[in-house]
Design a protein around this ligand. Structure first.
Ligand SMILES: NC(=O)c1ccc[n+]([C@@H]2O[C@H](COP(=O)([O-])OP(=O)(O)OC[C@H]3O[C@@H](n4cnc5c(N)ncnc54)[C@H](O)[C@@H]3O)[C@@H](O)[C@H]2O)c1
Length: 374
């Protein structure tokens, strides 16, 4: 059918796996390719998602190669997520007792009957991309230009379709803007920062701002409870740690799994973040809503409870045309999980971007410039 969308997922970690899961509940979305750092699965008539999810449960290939010698040069794909070498456990000790490998050549997608081992997973998907309408980049981005460079590779291969990412850092948006002409020339419609924050909450702030003629402040405050999903979301946790006082992206990338465990222990499982470098700021500025400096993002991550430690809230304060000062508030229900709030929107933006792409609308967009489909 004409409005059916075929899509691929790059990265089947905490986010990518849930993308495939959520897509099963959406009309007209057919996953045809998925890859992680060790393997690729392609079936243009539709992947068997249930089998893929079973095979990768607790086994997401989130760390570097098991030999621990992987070069982390900026040119290398392996620079993307960093993390422990497998020598100190590297996330691969967690379920070793049940025989599932967490790192090394059998980790992740290759454990699925549909998976093939490969040393060039992203290029393998690019090779198939003629028949793929949209690609969701659920990759780690501890090397800041990793996602922009992946986008460039799609453009260099002449891809004409949609790319959507769920990146977090403000500076990455500029790197994508620098490549906007290349992406546009190729016929790519790129929606960047299309997860929860940035993403869903940025879009909500853009809507909440509509009462005002001048926006003074946007405050985004998130709560995530991740007890049952902690093992599956280590990439996200590591990237969040980079926002803590005394940490930066380089330091977070080099932390071993043991060091992360110790840090989590020191904070009794609850990490609180303030003034995070989240791209909500530049994305709201580029949409003309307020200055990036007027946006603040923070939140609380609890890895020992599934309850949200605080309610996720967006507060937009401004002045109306008739001189009233007010604050519009948008709140997520505590019952909705981080995974629901990242992947629902990511797929909504992906669907909306496919419509734009089919209408010949190419370039780089933020989540406050596109209304997600459902
Ligand atoms: N915007 C939001 O609201 C939001 C929320 C949560 C997570 N995120 C972001 O989503 C991204 C993914 O997070 P996650 O928790 O799923 O990470 P993860 O570590 O669980 O999974 C990463 C996946 O990418 C694969 N991968 C890594 N390097 C690769 C490479 N070079 N080639 C191919 N595959 C590769 C890994 O094998 C793994 O499958 C992170 O950048 C995170 O910050 C965004």
């Amino acid at each position: 059918m004409d409005d059916d969308v075929t899509f691929a997922v790059l990265g089947t970690g905490g986010i990518g796996r849930r993308t495939l899961d959520v897509a099963r509940h959406k009309e007209g979305l057919t996953p045809v390719a998925a890859c992680d750092r060790n393997g690729v699965a392609v079936d243009h008539s539709g992947l068997d998602v249930a089998e893929l999810l079973d095979a990768t449960e607790g086994n997401i290939a989130s760390g570097p190669e098991a030999d621990g010698d992987t070069p982390a040069t900026p040119e290398s794909d392996y620079a993307s997520d960093g993390g422990a070498t497998a020598m100190d456990g590297g996330g691969n000790g967690q379920t070793a007792s049940d025989g599932v490998k967490q790192a090394g050549e059998d980790a992740g997608i290759v454990a699925s009957g549909q998976g093939e081992p490969t040393e060039t997973p992203i290029d393998d998907v690019i090779d198939e991309s003629d028949a793929i309408d949209a690609v969701l980049l659920a990759l780690p981005n501890l090397e800041h230009d990793f996602v922009p460079r992946v986008a460039e590779r799609f453009a260099a291969a002449g891809y004409e379709g949609v790319l959507v990412d769920v990146l977090k850092r403000s500076r990455v948006v500029g790197m994508l803007d620098d490549r906007a002409d290349t992406l546009e020339d190729s016929g790519i419609t790129f929606v960047c920062g299309a997860g929860a924050t940035p993403g869903f909450l940025t879009g909500a702030a853009a809507l909440a701002a509509q009462s005002f003629v001048e926006v003074e402040e946007v405050e985004i405050w998130w709560g995530v409870g991740l007890k049952s999903g902690y093992e599956d979301n280590r990439g996200t946790v590591r990237e969040d740690i980079a926002h803590l006082d005394g940490y930066d992206i380089e330091r977070a990338r080099e932390l071993s799994e043991t060091e992360i465990e110790e840090l989590v222990e020191e904070h009794d499982g609850r990490l609180e973040f303030h003034d995070m470098e989240h791209a909500d700021d530049v994305l709201l500025e580029r949409a003309g809503i307020c200055d990036a400096a007027d946006v603040s993002v923070g939140g609380v991550l609890d890895v020992r409870s599934d309850e949200k430690p605080t309610t996720t809230t967006v507060r937009v304060t401004g002045t109306t045309f008739d001189g009233e000062r007010g604050t519009n508030t948008f709140e997520l229900d505590d019952a909705t999980s981080m995974e629901a709030n990242v992947n629902g929107p990511a797929l909504g933006y992906l669907k909306a971007a496919v419509l734009r792409n089919r209408a010949g609308d190419y370039g780089v967009y933020g989540p406050s410039e596109v209304m997600p489909s459902f």
